[in-house]
Design a protein around this ligand. Structure first.
Ligand code: HEC
Length: 444
């Protein structure tokens, strides 16, 4: 009976969804489920699904709009998204009705120029720097930019390589020990999370794994480079196989966003931290939750592990970095905090980033305050403070020889400090600026 009422009336009552459109309905599905493999860097079957034009033009088999539903339902094999769960029926229906209605592009003009995923980013201001990592040989520094990663040669012998990907934001970067792989985690807020795998030195995208409907945080690489852990806003930690991109495990012990992860020394377990204030130890192979590492205090934003021992430093909202043993002895009482090795000084702002030096001797703590403080990991004594940034610092990294500390944050400048004295060695804006701006306090 309901069907007999005029469609217009139902539409007016808001009971019938408007016809699905490309921009609001189809594009988000493609972003979340398909673009990892079908993007300018990585055109599986020669198909780029990051633009309407790419979709219309199609891949090896010609225009793709008419093929979409067949691939989504598995009528044509292999079913898409390849190797993942099929799309929910209502999304397939949405694609079907859009394609049947002509598969038109309704992208608003003002959104058009900002959409093209392969176009080089043009900067009029330095971007907020959210991730930094030294290559294992200490010769390169990877820095996050807008929709790209910049690979800087530290002796300045070559211009930076620009690794442009899908995600608007890169929030974590990690090199494999042999330097052959750079893993980046990030995403586009409220759209998708992504882990990018770049082959070095070619700087070629090997794989992109998109997951969840939001940015992923605190991506870390297992010591042998075979697996990646990612913190997600659906309160899970995901473990992904570096070689295949397959999700090996999804751990759901947290009760809020997961913002940081690190593997144990042997790579078998993961410690994750997040907004639910807990640091949780889980078995990476089975996904089984093992125990809470800490006593709950403030929300946690960062975790770093000692280079060769199962000891972690965690920090966040309450401005204090806590050093904990990863394992709690069996039968330890709930409120017992004897696995707490030490507390470091209270910072001048919430903690956003932590790093443990590769020689094991120092811990660097950074966050909302415009300075990074370096501590002696063995005693907890303050070694030095690195000052000069004009705003919050979201990323810190020690060089492989532990002598240099790289920092970056809101002011868009990378600073390299002597990790023992806090003396500034170098400061630079890591992106090409449209109009060169002077670097406050910079040496270059
Ligand atoms: C994990 C990688 C991966 C993901 C994710 C993925 N694809 Fe594919 N896609 C492929 C590969 C590989 C092929 C080639 C398959 C073949 O023909 O053997 C392909 C082929 C296609 C083709 C045929 C193109 C042509 O002309 O040959 C279409 C259409 C397509 N995919 C659509 C999608 C859609 C839509 C999604 C998201 C819902 C998606 N794909 C997600 C890897 C992927």
């Amino acid at each position: 009976m309901l069907r007999t009422l005029p469609l217009l009336l139902w539409t007016a009552l808001g009971l019938v969804a408007a016809e699905p459109g490309y921009f609001h309905d189809i594009r988000p599905i493609l972003q979340r489920q398909c673009q990892g493999c079908h993007q300018p860097n990585l055109k599986s079957s020669n198909l780029d699904l990051t633009t309407y034009e790419g979709l219309k033009m199609g891949g090896k088999r010609g225009p793709a709009i008419g093929l979409l539903v067949k691939y989504l339902t598995g009528e044509i094999k292999p079913q898409m998204p390849l190797g993942m769960a099929p799309l929910p029926a209502e999304q397939v229906e949405m694609v079907r009705s859009w394609a049947t209605a002509g598969g038109l592009d309704d992208t608003p003009a003002e959104a058009r120029e900002t959409l093209s995923a392969g176009a080089p980013t043009v900067y009029s201001l330095p971007p907020v720097l959210t991730a930094l990592a030294f290559s294992p040989d200490g010769k390169m520094l990877a820095v996050s930019g807008n929709r790209e990663i910049l690979l800087h040669t530290l002796d300045g012998s070559a211009p930076p390589k620009r690794l442009a990907g899908l995600s608007d934001n890169i929030l974590s970067l990690a090199f494999s020990h042999d330097g052959g792989l750079l893993v980046a985690g990030g995403g586009t807020p409220a759209r998708f999370g992504e882990i990018q795998f770049w082959d070095l030195p070619a700087a070629r995208l090997r794989r992109s794994v998109t997951m969840t409907g939001d940015t992923v945080f605190g991506v870390s690489l297992s010591p042998d480079g075979t697996r990646v852990a990612a913190g997600c806003t659906d309160n899970t930690v995901r473990i992904v196989d570096s070689a295949t991109g397959k999700e090996l495990n999804k751990m759901g012990a947290h009760e809020n966003w997961v913002l940081g992860t690190t593997f144990s020394v042997d790579g078998k377990r993961v410690v994750s931290v997040g907004r639910d204030r807990s640091a949780k130890l889980t078995d990476a192979a089975s996904g089984a939750f093992q125990e809470n590492v800490n006593l709950l205090r403030g929300e946690l934003a960062a975790v770093a592990r000692h280079p060769s021992e199962n000891i972690v430093v965690i920090g966040g909202e309450d401005r204090i970095a806590y050093v904990y043993l990863m394992d709690r002895p069996k039968n330890m009482k709930i409120a017992d905090d004897t696995t707490l090795v030490r507390k470091l000084e209270r910072q001048n702002g919430v903690i956003a980033a932590l790093a443990w030096s590769p020689d094991g001797n120092r811990i660097a703590v950074a966050g909302a305050a415009p300075e990074v403080t370096v501590y002696d990991a063995g005693t907890g004594a303050r070694v030095t403070a690195c000052t000069g940034h004009s705003a919050g610092i979201y990323s810190v990294a020690f060089s492989p020889d532990s002598t240099t500390l790289a920092t970056g944050g809101f002011d868009g400048t990378v600073r390299l400090y002597d990790a023992a004295t806090g003396a500034l060695k170098k400061a630079f804006v890591p992106v090409p600026l449209e109009r060169p701006a002077s670097v406050p306090g910079g040496l270059q």
